[in-house]
Write a protein that binds this ligand. Structure first.
Ligand code: ATP
Length: 336
């Protein structure tokens, strides 16, 4: 094709701008025009777009967010929406569309591909890392770095006061941010969706663990990482419960959208750059309905359907280390 379209959809992720820049620079390199739709699929339906040239993408890769805006667009699930989008793409003479987003956005991309004969290519952009087929999504590394930084800061004050803290992190229904930031910051405990599914923690088990850690170490701080949606009422409710029902002073800390802002890590900028260029090169090779991915250091693709129908498991070895080797409470060890 002579013209390709791009859009960012779903939750924004650090590194999306780096991906946009990479796509525009690669397109320029290969003499393709880039039409960017604003606000995700909404822009496709509303014909809200602009042409992007290398000038537009100068010095944007160091900023999180997305210069072409992202949005959720519930009506895109309708057949009529996909048909309308296909019409608009045809009118604009666009032969390929790159969708930067998470698994929901790829469902949308796939839905479009069933009503449009252009090439659809995905670039994984979400902090949650919950997209099958790639070791990391664009934004994940930055979210983990931000959570780690916050946990380090919480540790300082927790240590000074011998306090229990519950830090709530994002992740949708996946524990990647929780697990990695907990390990990076040496948290005493983590509550992750994948673990809750097998064996949900009770308040009694949490209290017991905190008391045993105190007994093993003497006084000290205790920092728990809680993935979002994994406790009714979240970190605030859990710490109130610990304090009111079990006399255990505890403070909550909600990181929230702080995890999506600030300068993206070098890892995310470079990943976004490689995946963005690869997406353009795949279009030139005639690929369709696949997502660009990085696995074991190599560029690869997965089919669009696989990105949401399969699930990346949490890294087994990190779980083992956190549970068995770094757990302050050893089954075999008596409290000192
Ligand atoms: P994140 O998880 O980081 O927020 P995401 O891409 O998974 O990113 P979603 O809100 O799940 O975010 O999806 C983004 C958009 O994709 C939706 O608002 C909708 O426009 C489109 N979409 C999602 N599922 C479908 C579907 N089944 N059919 C058509 N479009 C869909």
């Amino acid at each position: 094709p002579q013209r390709i379209g791009i859009l960012t959809s779903g939750g924004d992720a650090p590194g999306m701008n780096a991906a946009i820049r990479a796509i525009v620079l690669a397109a320029d390199h290969y003499d393709l025009e880039v039409i960017a739709f604003r606000h995700g699929f909404e822009g496709l339906l509303e014909q809200n777009y602009l042409q992007l040239t290398p000038n537009h993408v100068q010095h944007i890769l160091q900023y999180s967010g997305t210069i072409i805006k992202s949005a959720r667009c519930p009506r895109f699930k309708e057949v009529a929406s996909a048909q309308q989008a296909a019409r608009h793409l045809a009118e604009l003479n666009i032969g390929a569309l790159i969708v930067i987003g998470g698994d929901g956005s790829f469902r949308g991309a796939h839905h479009l591909s069933q009503h449009w004969d252009g090439q659809v290519i995905g670039v994984p952009g979400t902090i949650d890392n919950d997209v099958y087929g790639t070791d990391s999504t664009v934004g994940y590394s930055t979210a983990v770095a931000i959570a780690m930084d916050a946990l380090d800061k919480i540790r300082d004050t927790a240590d000074a006061m011998d306090r229990v803290f519950i830090v709530e992190v994002m992740g949708r229904n996946a524990g990647f941010i929780g697990l990695k930031s907990a390990m990076a910051a040496g948290a005493e405990r983590m509550i992750l969706p994948e673990l809750q599914r097998d064996k949900p923690l009770t308040i009694e088990a949490i209290v017991k663990h905190i008391k045993r850690v105190e007994a093993v170490r003497g006084q000290g701080s205790y920092v728990m990482v809680l993935s979002e949606h994994q406790w009714p009422g979240g970190a605030v409710a859990l710490s109130e419960q610990l304090e009111a029902e079990h006399g255990m002073p505890c403070r909550p800390c909600l990181l929230g959208h702080i995890q999506r802002g600030g300068p993206p890590t070098a890892t995310d900028r470079v990943l976004a750059s490689e995946l963005g260029v690869y997406a353009v090169e795949l279009i030139r090779e005639g690929a369709r309905n696949v997502m660009t991915a990085m696995r074991a250091g190599a560029l690869t693709t997965v089919t669009m359907e696989e990105t949401w129908s399969k699930k990346n498991p949490l890294p087994e070895n990190l779980l083992r280390i956190q549970h068995e080797i770094f757990n302050p409470v050893k089954k075999s060890r008596q409290p000192r």
